[in-house]
Design a protein around this ligand. Structure first.
Ligand code: 2PG
Ligand code: MG
Length: 403
């Protein structure tokens, strides 16, 4: 495919920060690709190129980079993987710090979207073909209580998610909506209507510091609606954000890593917790594996900041028995090719995959196509509320109805 026109500009993300978006054209077809942005980021993620504008969140340098490389792209013939390889080579760093992982993500996403249009194949089908796997609809992890860096409440654990294990996307989303509304009512009557406001990913952020309180609140909604056993719970601990100098500060306690293992075992004993994401900070891989051993498969241990969608890091974590699965975020690694490699490796190693949004999102819904196309077992895209979150779930609803 020959790119005939390339432009870039900034658009606004869901946290009110600018983010880079790229426009690409080939013949009569065109596309846009933008990069989302995380708040709880892993140290080994692709580097975002930011500058001093917008309180340090500016993306003028990233936009400038696109201008600088434009002449090397226009008029050349690229295929999906060769385009990403070209970006990787041009960047020439291990963490995209030259071009910026946000710049390469926007370019890569725009390219695949354009390619699917030019070749007349749906985006999900393109992903499915590239990875040579049948598509299948993911189970959705809906983040309905927000804490950590995504909310102003004292909850240390970042995401309390519900995971409906129901046959169709429609039923899964229906269950999530019902639970979301019952939860809003319960939070309103227990803590006051002012606390029905939401955090960065659309989940509620009640004024609580206890994980037990959050989990039993969710369990009471699930039971009340008759979903017991069919809707499970899932946590993204994002433990980097409550780790300091050898200790974990969670639920108003100061815990050593050993004590944190016991804390999680207690939670898993008390609630139906399907998975624990980033239960320790990213340099405590050995504690991931210790916890995993003790869990005896009762709950899955998932890497995010630990593995940052990087095939080599996923492989290392898997070899050290640290994880049962990993999060896949394209902007953590900077290109779709590398994200697809991380997915391929995970599938061949029997690791669970969770295709994920970022806390600072754009309205784009390509991750729904990615999750469905590659047959990822899970997707997480926040609460079933707020446009940048519902855009992902709505696209899954559309695909389920029309594919
Ligand atoms: C996470 C993500 C998305 P952020 O930690 O998994 O939920 O948050 O984008 O802030 O890294
Ligand atoms: Mg995470």
């Amino acid at each position: 495919m020959i790119i005939e026109e390339l432009k870039s500009h900034w658009i606004v993300d869901s946290r009110g920060n600018p983010t880079i978006e790229v426009f690409m054209r080939s013949g009569e077809f065109s596309s846009f690709g933008a990069s989302p942005s995380g708040a709880s980021t892993g140290k080994r993620e692709a580097i975002e190129l930011r500058d001093n504008e917008f309180f340090g969140k500016g993306v003028s340098r990233a936009i400038e980079k696109v201008k600088e490389i434009e002449s090397k792209i226009i008029g050349k013939d690229f295929e999906p993987f060769s385009f990403d390889e070209f970006l990787i080579e041009l960047d020439g760093t291990p963490n995209k710090s030259n071009l910026g992982g946000n710049t390469t993500t926007a370019l890569s996403v725009a390219f695949y979207k354009l390619y699917s249009k030019v070749h007349g194949i749906p985006l999900w089908k393109l992903f499915s073909n590239l990875i040579k796997r049948d598509p299948s609809f993911p189970k959705c992890m809906f983040n309905v209580i927000n804490g950590g860096k995504h909310a102003g409440n004292p909850l240390a654990i970042q995401e309390f998610m519900i995971v409906p294990s129901l046959p169709t996307i429609k039923e899964r989303i229906e269950a999530a909506l019902e639970i979301y509304h019952v939860l809003r009512k319960k939070i309103g009557s227990k803590y006051g209507a002012v606390f029905t406001s939401v955090g960065d990913e659309g989940g509620f952020s009640p004024p609580i510091s206890s994980s037990h309180e959050a989990l039993s609140l969710l369990e009471s909604c699930i039971e009340e609606l008759g979903y017991g056993g069919r809707v499970l719970l899932s946590l993204d601990c994002a433990a980097d954000s409550f780790y300091k100098d050898g200790y974990y500060f969670v639920d108003e306690k100061k815990l050593s890593p050993e004590e944190l293992v016991d804390f999680y075992l207690e939670l898993v004993k008390s609630y139906k917790i399907l998975s624990l994401e980033d239960p320790f900070f990213e340099e405590h891989g050995n504690w991931f594996s210790k916890l995993r051993k003790k869990l005896l498969g009762k709950s899955l241990v998932i890497g995010d900041d630990l593995t940052v969608t990087n095939k080599a890091l996923i492989e290392k974590a898997a070899n050290n028995s640290e994880i049962d699965g990993c999060i896949i975020k394209v902007n953590q690694v900077g290109t779709l090719k590398e994200a697809l490699e991380a997915l391929s490796f995970s599938f061949s190693s029997d690791l669970k995959t969770i295709v994920s949004h970022r806390s600072g999102e754009v309205e784009d819904n390509f991750i729904s196509h990615l999750a469905y196309g590659v047959g990822s077992e899970f997707i997480k895209a926040g609460a079933p509320a707020r446009g940048e979150r519902t855009s992902k779930y709505n696209e899954l609803l559309r695909l389920e109805n029309v594919v």
